[in-house]
Design a protein around this ligand. Structure first.
Ligand SMILES: Nc1nc2c(c(=O)[nH]1)N[C@H]1C(S)=C(S)[C@@H](COP(=O)(O)OP(=O)(O)OC[C@H]3O[C@@H](n4cnc5c(=O)[nH]c(N)nc54)[C@H](O)[C@@H]3O)O[C@H]1N2
Ligand SMILES: Nc1nc2c(c(=O)[nH]1)N[C@H]1C(S)=C(S)[C@@H](COP(=O)(O)OP(=O)(O)OC[C@H]3O[C@@H](n4cnc5c(=O)[nH]c(N)nc54)[C@H](O)[C@@H]3O)O[C@H]1N2
Ligand code: SF4
Ligand SMILES: [Mo]
Length: 764
């Protein structure tokens, strides 16, 4: 019997062979070096390894396709300006094996849908365009020209342009992203859901409202000069490894670090720079001065406790708040303070799950320092009250005047290598009117002003038959989104699903009635066009735009660039009704940048500025205390203590990344820093919670989540006892996305609440 879309969307319930070791208390070092190089030698052609390591993140080279952590402006290590996971990202992208027509003739979609994500990913690089006709069991080859025509025909057959949704993952360069959104808007819709919707959207919402810019305010140099860095809901040793080298500099300069996390993540504790032979021998740097083991979603409570105690000290001493800053630059102080007084210190501290002793240690550091940087990632953004989490972070910084001066400010650490740039150049379902006006002025068509679908809205629209064509520019939609069962049906309801991808993934297997795979060039590959090998550009987490240019020969001659894909589709769809000469852009990307310079703020002389080997900083109001908010000032905000209680047998679950994955791409089956080897179907539990349920290590359990009367299930997980607060547990994304309800998301930002899923455990 053939598999249903849901069968293919769920990760198979099969075990490898779990081994548990005591988690290390130190990150990187020799272990990181060995892991990275062995991975590289296993998957990349040896002749390419040297080219990669001498060009990755180097000036004039190519940008790492991993995370969005910035490169230093000045000095870059000649030993290699990248980390273990950057090299793993390269190994994944530059695999030797190719997937072409023979592969798809041999393997049906049903068969591939039964593989694990690890197995799917290791099949190789997609090497030629493929088409899955209606009712067919296997993909078949198709020419680029015919493929573009098919997309055009489907789009032009829609009742209206809003019946298509155009997703973007965050690897797409500025040039490709700008053209993509331009095509979508000229086609007539603003349905531009993107991975940001599931990631830092809550940061963008909170920061725009309070500080007038949806991005962070600090630079790398600020980080070196901070007196205190707080790292909240973030696991840098795995997800932004080079951040640890920056934090080492902070420590060297006398700065202190507080880490707030339910898990004592190895990298938050101690770090050994793998590029420093001396450190390798001497055992590394202790990073966190205070580790705060907050309960999952206990951050607002913890912050309120800190804010209350600061207020008490201010009233006692009179010099705790930066009153000059508050007076001159902020709005809403009085309302904020009177709201804060409603809360009770003891209740807040209790709700945070933090002991008085640890609280006091963290409080002392916050009280006594004024150059504070707060860094955060998914541990703050993926909750229903995510926007409140981040607004509370801002409240603290404002009280201390810790924004817009050296060594102080906001640092939302972005995920995908160009997710920030994609938003800057227009990948936004709710783009500001000023941007749309500029598009109209430049191109002579009127973009729709109606907001488009974000990720969650797009899924619902697909499910309900309101969206009939899904187009994915990168990413792995079905595995990344919440509520896998519902979302699989949503995909299957489409007439056509198209994915522009480097690697095979589950989204190619959970398709609409027809499907297309467009294989594209990866970051490291040379992008040959009429005017020569093209340069592209990306923006990192700190707002620096820099160039990226591939250095390796493409793994297949059938690959084209994302820019060429957009130009091809736009040309085939819009034909004579377009006001734009689409095909000209693909011959010369300078032309795209000339347009960006005219339409997007901060890009004047783009082509010229990009020649600077370190790139250039985009303007950032918050960095210079120019707050472009409605009040013209930095806004204090009132945030509620989240009101949720667990039922007696419930646990609160966060879905997190292992050390061996990049989102839905599974590099390997180990999570070295947490002492878990050769298995991903695990649930990390507090030992007391295990005892209460009569569970032992390695026991197999099923997980259930109930939300508004709907029960969702994920079966077959092995129990791992772990240092995690009571009533909390953790599993890996994407195996448990099936448990994340589609309607549980951050208020105003709509980020799925994938870090606070209430579950019950059924032992077998
Ligand atoms: N190697 C690698 N690098 C990556 C990625 C990857 O998958 N692999 N993904 C990239 C992307 S797109 C992103 S967005 C980033 C993600 O980077 P992270 O946000 O670091 O990734 P997560 O694994 O989701 O980790 C969330 C952290 O938050 C903690 N946490 C969970 N809930 C709470 C909470 O309620 N409060 C607090 N204080 N902490 C909490 C978890 O224990 C965990 O340490 O990394 C990027 N870089
Ligand atoms: N439960 C749960 N769900 C989550 C999260 C979580 O923490 N928990 N995190 C969320 C977050 S933060 C994010 S950002 C999303 C990620 O969601 P996505 O960005 O959609 O997912 P990725 O796994 O990063 O996408 C991987 C695929 O991108 C393709 N790809 C790689 N490089 C390129 C390229 O250069 N060009 C093109 N065209 N394709 C490329 C490959 O085919 C690969 O299979 O997932 C979200 N989902
Ligand atoms: S820190 Fe991020 S960007 Fe830098 S090399 Fe590692 S994965 Fe790549
Ligand atoms: Mo992300």
């Amino acid at each position: 019997m053939s598999k249903t879309p849901i069968d293919k969307a769920l990760t198979p319930e099969k075990f490898e062979s779990l081994k548990i070791k005591t988690p290390p208390t130190n990150s990187a070092g020799i272990g990181g070096l060995v892991a990275a190089t062995s991975h590289a030698f296993k998957y990349i052609k040896p002749s390419n390894i040297l080219k990669i390591s001498t060009n990755l993140n180097q000036k004039g080279g190519f940008d790492c396709p991993g995370c969005a952590w910035p490169d230093p402006d000045d000095e870059r290590s000649i030993l290699g300006e990248y980390c273990e996971n950057g090299l793993k990202a390269m190994s994944e992208e530059m695999q030797n094996k190719l997937i072409n027509r023979e592969f798809f003739a041999q393997h049906s979609v049903d068969e591939l849908g039964g593989l694990s994500d690890f197995e799917i990913g290791k099949s190789g690089r997609l090497a030629e365009p493929m088409y899955l006709p209606k009712g067919a069991s296997n993909y078949e080859p198709i020419s680029w020209e015919d493929a573009f025509k098919k997309v055009g025909a489907h789009l032009n057959a829609l009742g209206n342009p809003d019946e298509a949704a155009f997703y973007t993952s965050g690897r797409t360069t500025n040039e490709a992203a700008f053209l993509y959104q331009l095509f979508v808007r000229e086609f007539g819709t603003a349905n531009l859901p993107d991975c940001s919707n599931m990631c830092h959207e809550a940061s963008g919402s909170a920061l725009s409202e309070t500080l007038g810019i949806g991005k962070g305010s600090v630079t790398l140099k600020d980080l070196y000069k901070a007196d205190l860095v707080m790292i909240i809901g973030q696991n840098p040793a795995t997800n932004h490894p080079r951040m640890l080298s920056a934090l080492e500099k902070t420590k060297k300069n006398g700065g202190k670090i507080i880490a707030i996390n339910p898990l004592p993540e190895a990298g938050l504790m101690k770090f050994t720079d793998p590029q420093s032979p001396i450190k390798m021998l001497t055992g590394g740097t202790k990073l966190s001065d205070v580790f705060v083991p907050v309960t999952i979603n206990g951050d607002v409570a913890f912050f309120k406790a800190i804010l209350l105690k600061l207020l008490a000290k201010e009233e006692e001493l009179g010099d705790v708040f930066d009153k000059v800053f508050i007076e001159e630059y902020t709005d809403g102080y009085d309302a904020f303070i009177s709201d804060l007084r409603i809360y009770n210190f003891d209740e807040c501290l209790k709700a945070s799950g933090v002991s008085k002793e640890i609280f006091d240690q963290a409080f002392e550091l916050i009280l006594n320092n004024d150059k504070i940087i707060i860094c955060w990632a998914m541990g703050l953004t993926q909750h229903e009250n995510a926007v409140d989490n981040i607004r509370e972070v801002v409240n603290l910084l404002l009280l201390k005047g810790s924004i817009g001066k050296e060594g102080a400010g906001t640092c939302p650490v972005r995920g995908h290598s160009n997710v920030q740039g994609d938003r800057t150049v227009g990948i936004w379902e709710a783009a500001p009117q000023a941007f749309l006006d500029k598009i109209e002025a430049k191109y002579g068509f009127k973009p729709t002003v109606k907001h488009g679908y974000s990720v969650i809205e797009a899924i619902k629209a697909m499910y309900e038959g309101k969206v009939k064509v899904f187009f994915g520019m990168g990413g792995n939609f079905i595995s990344a989104v919440p509520d896998t069962v519902y979302s699989a049906q949503a995909m299957a309801n489409c007439n056509l699903t198209v994915h522009v991808s480097t690697k095979l993934n589950r989204s190619h297997l959970v398709t609409g009635k027809e499907a297309l795979i467009f294989p594209c060039l990866g970051r490291a590959e040379k992008d040959y066009q009429k005017t020569g090998v093209q340069t592209q550009s990306v923006e990192n987490s700190m707002g620096v735009v820099s160039s990226t240019k591939g250095v390796l020969e493409p793994c297949s001659s059938d690959l084209i660039s994302e820019v060429a894909v957009v130009c091809g589709i736009a040309n085939a769809t819009l034909k004579d009704r377009s006001k734009i000469n689409w095909l000209a852009y693909k011959d010369d990307y300078d032309l795209v940048r000339n347009d960006i310079a005219e339409v997007v703020d901060g890009f004047t002389d783009y082509n010229k500025k990009l020649k600077n080997p370190s790139g250039f900083y985009l303007p950032n109001g918050a960095r210079i205390r120019k707050f472009k908010t409605k009040t013209g000032k930095a806004n204090f905000s009132k945030n509620k203590l989240p009101e949720w209680t667990l039922k007696e047998d419930e646990l609160i679950m966060m879905t997190i990344r292992s050390h061996d994955q990049f989102n839905t791409t599974i590099y390997g089956l180990d999570d070295r820093y947490r002492g878990v080897f050769n298995e991903r179907r695990v649930i990390f539990m507090n030992k007391e919670d295990m005892k209460l349920r009569n569970l032992k290590e390695h026991d197999v359990v099923n997980l259930k989540s109930e939300f508004k009367g709907v029960i969702r299930e994920a079966n077959a997980f092995k129990v791992v006892g772990y240092d995690i607060p009571k009533n909390c547990c953790a599993t890996y994304f994407p195996e448990t996305n099936v448990l994340v309800p589609l309607d549980s998301f951050a208020h105003t930002a709509k980020t799925p609440a994938s870090k606070s899923v209430r579950i019950t455990i059924e032992s077998l």
